[in-house]
Write a protein that binds this ligand. Structure first.
Ligand code: NAD
Length: 393
């Protein structure tokens, strides 16, 4: 089939296998060009391994540390009529490149929140790897069924009172106002159930109990705090409540499970998870422009490579007073935030292309789905059915 983007709001319903492959290849090339990463992580489990920060983590582990990686994801293969999801294509290419490099790469496709997938992961580690020394927790999910069978859905709302602010209208790149309702207490709790730390702790306890963690194993989960501009929708919103729970869970895992648990507070970037949050795409467009003008812009792969190397994720990690790794150090630099806030006041439909990098937003958006990559013939007949070497469906 000829695969074209079919964009619906903040989602693209199609993905291009060749474009996704190019995206993975570029990330691998970036990591290789940065050279060796010091430290010892030879066997790595990445939960949420197929897109965004998790995919970047898997690429840095495999191609920066030469680590064997086992990845967990929840992705859709193609049925021949519809394309697969981008994470499926990314993973197929990742495994292919890892196999060529001679590093082990296997992937489990299923619900990471379930007991079955945890058990299957443990079995696979026992069979293939023995033990793992790093667990990256990079899930972004809209819903979770807990072990007692209750399904919770996360919501992207503010807390306290309704919040209204400027917003990028993704249909025509105009600037409008967007009101975000306040969540009920139940909605906050549900979001914490899905995106808080409970499942991370269940994973770490299960891995520890099954004796599949090496003696000095550690784990890292990704968080976001962001600018005061987005506090009402992010850090002081439902998702922020979940992130605060995740932060507490890191301490619990360290103390109660006995595994060093770190939080890495990352930069705001366009991913499938973040594009869905209202107001955030406009903030990211302004941020991209200011960070690019100051030569400090980074994507997922640059962030994670720097997390492993400069912040020394694997040993003697550099953290702040809370024990968090601050990968948002450049985003939150005073001069960057002052300029973003100034532009935020001024921005409107007429000056949006001058003050914000809306093109950069869309470039990242399309690339996530394998579109608008250089050197790919998008008019060519392309088979949407692609196999992931380690998964036979
Ligand atoms: P993403 O949507 O690109 O990736 C989510 C991953 O989770 C995918 O691999 C997907 O397959 C997997 N997944 C989702 N539901 C699953 C399930 N039930 N079982 C197994 N796998 C499942 O998201 P992302 O933006 O890379 O986010 C990853 C983490 O990084 C999140 O915790 C997010 O809050 C955090 N973070 C994101 C940003 C940002 O701006 N994007 C910034 C800082 C921190």
């Amino acid at each position: 089939m000829i695969i074209k983007p079919r964009v619906k709001d903040y989602l693209c319903l199609t993905a291009h296998p060749e474009g996704c492959k190019k995206n993975v290849e570029d990330q691998i090339a970036y990591v290789k060009a940065q050279g060796e990463i010091p430290g010892d992580a030879k066997k790595v489990l990445v939960i949420g391994c197929s897109t965004g920060y998790g995919l970047a983590s898997r690429i840095v582990a495999a191609f920066g540390c030469h680590a064997d990686t086992l990845g967990i994801m929840f992705e859709r293969p193609s049925n021949g009529r519809k394309t697969a999801s981008p994470g499926w294509y990314n993973t197929a290419s990742f495994e292919q490149f890892a196999n060529e490099e001679g590093v082990y790469a296997k992937t489990i496709n299923g619900d990471a929140f379930s007991k079955e997938i945890k058990n299957l992961t443990i079995e696979t580690i026992k069979k293939d790897l023995g033990k793992v020394d790093l667990v990256v927790y990079s899930l972004a999910a809209p819903r979770r069924t807990t072990p007692d069978g209750v399904t919770y859905r996360s919501v992207l709302k503010t807390t306290g009172e309704e919040f209204t602010n400027k917003n990028l209208n993704l249909k025509d790149n105009s600037i409008g106002m967007k009101s975000i309702p306040a969540a009920t207490e139940e909605e906050v709790e549900a979001t914490v159930k899905v995106m808080g730390g409970e499942d991370w702790k269940l994973w770490m306890q299960a891995l520890k109990d099954a004796d599949v963690l090496s003696e000095d194993a550690s784990t890292v989960a990704y968080s976001y705090i962001g600018s005061e501009l987005t506090y009402p929708i992010y850090f002081e919103g439902t998702i922020g409540a979940a992130k605060k729970h995740l932060h507490q869970t890191a301490d619990e895992i360290t103390k109660e499970v006995g595994v060093k648990a770190l939080i890495s507070v990352n930069k705001g970037l366009v991913t499938q998870a973040s594009a869905a949050i209202p107001i955030v795409p406009l903030y990211m467009s302004v941020l991209y422009k200011v960070m690019k003008e100051n030569n400090v812009h980074e994507g997922c792969i640059e962030q994670i490579e720097r997390l492993f190397k400069e912040k020394r994720l694997l040993a003697d990690t550099i953290t702040d007073e809370h024990g968090w790794v601050r990968m948002d150090d450049l985003e939150l630099r005073d001069d960057i935030q002052d300029e973003v806030k100034k532009r935020w006041e001024e921005i409107n439909t007429d000056n949006v292309s001058e003050l914000a990098d809306v093109d950069g937003y869309w470039e990242d958006f399309y690339r996530m789905f394998g579109f608008k990559e250089e050197g790919i013939d998008y008019e060519a007949e392309t088979d949407p059915v692609v196999e992931i070497p380690s998964i036979k469906e």
